[in-house]
Ligand binder design. Structure first.
Ligand code: SF4
Ligand code: SF4
Ligand code: FES
Length: 504
């Protein structure tokens, strides 16, 4: 470790590390465009200037290694003047169309101008005009005139996806970002350039003009698009007289799981939270009172007891699957988690996995049967099958099952008349829970959006039958889950704030 002095205060920093990284890690605000922790330094924007004692001119913090005893100034009239001049250069040809820019509210250029800019324009010449609304493909829109040429987007396609779709073309103040002739930005991770772009040059075609970002409330969740289980920020808002709507998913940094990125498939999967929701309970295809349908399920469970099979989905949380297993044991019934949602073509060497469910590992750790052969065996002699978190009744139909069926799911589906009881449950972003990913990293999804839909929580459903007062994830952990051997000494309070690796 090195000891350095920043604005008169001593801090400890890693010797030889990049100065910008150490300053940011210590909560010191260093304006920057081209540096990004996933892409490293490039040194092109000059926004990260600091004064270092012993050096004649200000230096860029992103290309300066930490040395013991350094004395650094990040504030003061001289450094503010340098930054103001750089901003003035960046803004010479910028359209300053913030009121109609989707990035307004989360734009580095806007923020830095408010922090250290605030100068009056000295220009009375015409600006260089560049193209607006250039469709780059893959849901990404480019406004060339807002670009500060930091090259983060170019370096992402060069160094991270290695798909090389983007480049800087033409010289000097006529330079702009472009796809190469005949190509489109089309790789499965393309939309990450929207998050990487520090200004409003790259925006999402899907999100543009739907909501001003300062109205959005971010919550932490886990993507349920595949078994990688990427960490997400769920941006949602409830407008007056309307239901709460999820507007977008963004990656949340998690060094163990997804780093700084997510795939476009997972990013756009937020739509299922708003669309095609199951809004009513049904008994043999007829709309039913919600409470009556729950009562009917309880009666069927009582009537069939050991002749019941709970067919749980690997999209349910650890707590939900554990509680359904407890209920199954109590009734001496069977529980199975077979699900054939795999897609080999989806898998790649970055994040995406062929297993399209987020929590199949939980079935293994809770020793729940999950093979087709197990399901065939578990179905024998059963007269009631309750599908939870799924509606794929063809799986059991194809195995020759023709007894009573109950379905608890959040999506609407066809042929409800073929099912005895259908009950809507809350969707992924409306209930908390723990998920175990393909590498055994356990993460907690704390997002619990209250939608104006009558829908049941699986934990509440199980509690109404077991009547033991365990309705929250915390109750479930303290009420027996944390004694499971595979969890070792892990407690609920730990998993709530960290992703942790379990098992081998
Ligand atoms: S489009 Fe955005 S990320 Fe790409 S170079 Fe311009 S400012 Fe940087
Ligand atoms: S890699 Fe999988 S978990 Fe991650 S964002 Fe894509 S679909 Fe979601
Ligand atoms: S962040 Fe240092 S030069 Fe751009």
């Amino acid at each position: 470790m090195a000891t350095i002095t920043v604005d008169g205060k001593e801090i400890y920093a890693n010797d030889n590390a990049l100065l910008i990284e150490e300053l940011l890690a210590n909560g010191i605000n260093i304006p920057h465009f081209c540096y990004h922790p996933s892409l490293g330094k490039d040194g092109n924007c000059r926004m990260c200037m600091v004064e270092i004692e012993g050096k004649k001119r200000p230096q860029i913090a992103c290309d300066t290694p930490v040395k013991d005893g350094m004395i650094i100034r990040t504030k003061g009239e001289n450094i503010a003047r340098v930054k103001r001049q750089i901003l003035e250069l960046e803004l010479i040809n910028h359209p300053v169309d913030c009121p109609i820019c989707d990035q307004a509210g989360e734009c580095s250029l806007q923020n830095y101008y408010m922090d250290v800019g605030l100068y009056d324009s000295r220009l009375d010449t015409a600006k260089n005009k560049k193209r607006k609304h250039v469709d780059l493909g893959a849901n990404v829109m480019l406004d060339q005139d807002r670009c500060v040429l930091c090259t983060r987007c170019v370096r992402f396609t060069k160094n991270i996806t290695k798909t090389h779709e983007l480049g800087v073309v033409v010289r000097n103040d006529h330079s702009y970002i472009s796809t190469f002739p005949g190509t489109k930005l089309s790789n499965p991770y393309a939309m990450n350039v929207i998050d990487l772009c520090p200004v409003g040059a790259l925006t999402s075609k899907d999100f543009r003009f739907h909501q001003r970002v300062w109205f959005l409330k971010p919550e932490v969740a886990i993507c349920d698009g595949c078994s990688r289980g990427c960490s997400l920020l769920v941006d949602h808002n409830k407008e007056k007289y309307k239901d709460d709507v999820v507007y977008r998913y963004r990656p949340k940094f998690n060094k163990n799981v997804n780093g700084y990125f997510i795939c476009d498939y997972g990013r756009l999967s937020y739509k299922k939270e708003n669309e095609n929701r199951l809004l009513n309970a049904y008994i043999r295809g007829m709309e039913s009172e919600f409470e009556y349908a729950i009562l009917k399920i309880e009666r069927l469970l009582k009537r069939y007891g050991p002749k019941t099979l709970f067919l749980v989905s690997p999209t349910l949380s650890l707590e939900e699957i554990y509680r359904v297993r407890t209920l199954a044991h109590k009734l001496d019934a069977a529980i199975n988690g077979f699900d054939d949602n795999f897609d080999e073509d989806f898998k790649d060497d970055m994040l995406r996995q062929s297993d399209k469910t987020p929590n199949r590992k939980t079935l293994k750790f809770l020793a729940i049967n999950d093979s087709k052969e197990d399901l065939l065996r578990d179905l024998k002699g059963k007269e009631f099958v309750l599908l939870i978190g799924r509606d794929d009744i063809q799986i059991i139909k194809e195995m020759g099952y023709d007894g009573s069926i109950g379905v608890m799911n959040y999506r609407d589906f066809k042929e409800k008349e073929k099912i005895d009881i259908v009950i809507p449950i809350v969707s992924h972003t409306s209930r908390q829970g723990t998920f175990i990913n393909c590498d055994n990293y356990m993460q907690f999804s704390s997002c619990e959006i209250q939608k104006n839909i009558q829908a049941l929580k699986v934990l509440e459903f199980v509690e109404t039958i077991l009547n033991d007062g365990r309705v929250t994830c915390e109750d479930v952990w303290e009420g027996g889950l944390e004694d499971e051997e595979f969890l070792g000494d892990i407690k609920f309070t730990q998993i709530k704030s960290n992703s942790m690796k379990i098992g081998r």
